[in-house]
Design a protein around this ligand. Structure first.
Ligand SMILES: Nc1ncnc2c1ncn2[C@@H]1O[C@H](COP(=O)(O)OP(=O)(O)O)[C@@H](O)[C@H]1O
Ligand SMILES: N[C@@H](CCOP(=O)(O)O)C(=O)O
Length: 318
């Protein structure tokens, strides 16, 4: 294949919160915080320009995660661009459990698919399989790709996923500490084997979680109980562990967001809360009052669109 030099495309990818309590490595929720990236084919070489989160610390060479994902996808498509320029505006906090690495991987793969001259349309099934191979687990990448709340699972053919019809009552609030925790490190804290009783507990709560998210948000507090990963990782994020316990004791359906250390509160809009006042504002105020200094409180929306190519490849006249 030949490279369409000068062609460019913009890709927008949402942050995600994985696990949602009990549904470890299978549930994810896309959130209204985004990275936006412009990919251009050039005459040669690699240029990476960044603003926003990680701009001062991330590499700008072939080891950049977006570049690695782009290369993996273009290799799979049998296409080698002469040169590549990537300009990113990073809005997703990194190393916080908000799916920044999944977003970077999805962006790179989507960028390659959208720019590849012999591809008519992005094949979401194929993209999901590849991004899961790169990321190592399907939950964040599935939600990032498809938007909304997703369930994902590993089949013989690779990762598969589908969307849930989340109730409009469900409102996500993300609490972000200053501290970071690498997902790789957090996964290393989990035991190889779990007691059968804990596995059965989480299986039951995961089923309940789907019911609560889609039909009965009033059950979210019970539906977000977990025995498989949050306590096991608590020592690596003591501030998050303590705040999680406090929020839940006060009746908020709080969970560790992804591998942490951020927390996600699945709060609820309810017309009876306070007539004349937006209920969401009241709920967010209650949560804010419990959060220590130094944490960011982000009342967000569910991103129902997922990863999107903002414009078709254009060939510039330069
Ligand atoms: N926008 C990005 N561009 C390049 N690399 C990124 C980007 N976002 C995240 N990464 C990489 O992923 C790492 C964070 O991944 P991880 O530990 O899984 O945390 P998170 O919960 O944010 O996904 C960063 O240290 C960086 O190496
Ligand atoms: N299921 C994974 C989710 C990791 O999410 P991240 O946003 O922290 O990368 C896990 O719990 O390890």
């Amino acid at each position: 294949m030949t490279s369409p030099r000068g062609a460019s495309v913009r890709v927008r990818v949402p942050a995600t919160s994985a696990n949602l309590g009990p549904a470890f490595d299978c549930a994810g929720l896309a959130l209204s915080v985004h990275d936006e990236l412009a990919f251009s084919v050039t005459d040669g070489g690699l240029v990476v320009e960044m603003t926003g989160e990680g701009a001062d610390t991330l590499p700008t060479d072939e080891s950049h995660l977006v570049v690695r994902a782009f290369r993996a996808a273009s290799a799979e498509l049998g296409w080698t661009p002469a040169g590549l320029r990537i300009v990113t505006e990073n809005g997703i906090p990194q190393g916080r459990g908000m799916g920044s690495s999944a977003a970077a991987v999805v962006a790179g793969v989507m960028g390659a698919w959208a720019l590849c001259p012999d591809v008519a349309a992005v094949d979401l099934d194929a993209v999901l399989r590849l991004v899961t191979e790169i990321e190592g687990h399907p939950d964040n990448v599935a939600a990032c790709l498809l938007g909304g709340a997703t369930l994902s699972w590993m089949a013989a053919s690779g990762a598969r996923a589908d969307r849930l019809a989340v109730s409009d009552e469900v409102l996500p609030v993300v609490l972000v500490p200053e501290a970071t925790l690498s997902t790789h490190v957090a996964r290393g804290l989990l035991p190889e084997l779990v007691p059968h009783g804990d596995a059965a507990f989480n299986a039951g709560r995961s089923g309940l979680l789907v019911h609560a998210l889609t039909a009965r948000p009033a059950l979210l507090l019970e539906a977000t109980e977990d025995r498989l990963h949050q306590a096991q990782r608590g020592a690596a994020m003591p501030g998050s562990r303590d705040l999680l316990a406090l929020l839940r004791a006060e009746g908020h359906a709080a969970v560790v967001s992804g591998a942490g250390p951020s927390l996600l509160v699945l709060t609820r809009w309810h017309p009876d809360d306070r007539p004349g006042q937006p209920a969401a504002a009241a709920r967010v105020g209650e949560i804010r009052a419990l959060v220590p200094d130094g944490w960011r409180v982000l009342p967000l929306e569910i991103d129902r669109r997922g990863a999107s190519v903002l414009d078709e490849p254009q060939v510039s006249s330069r």
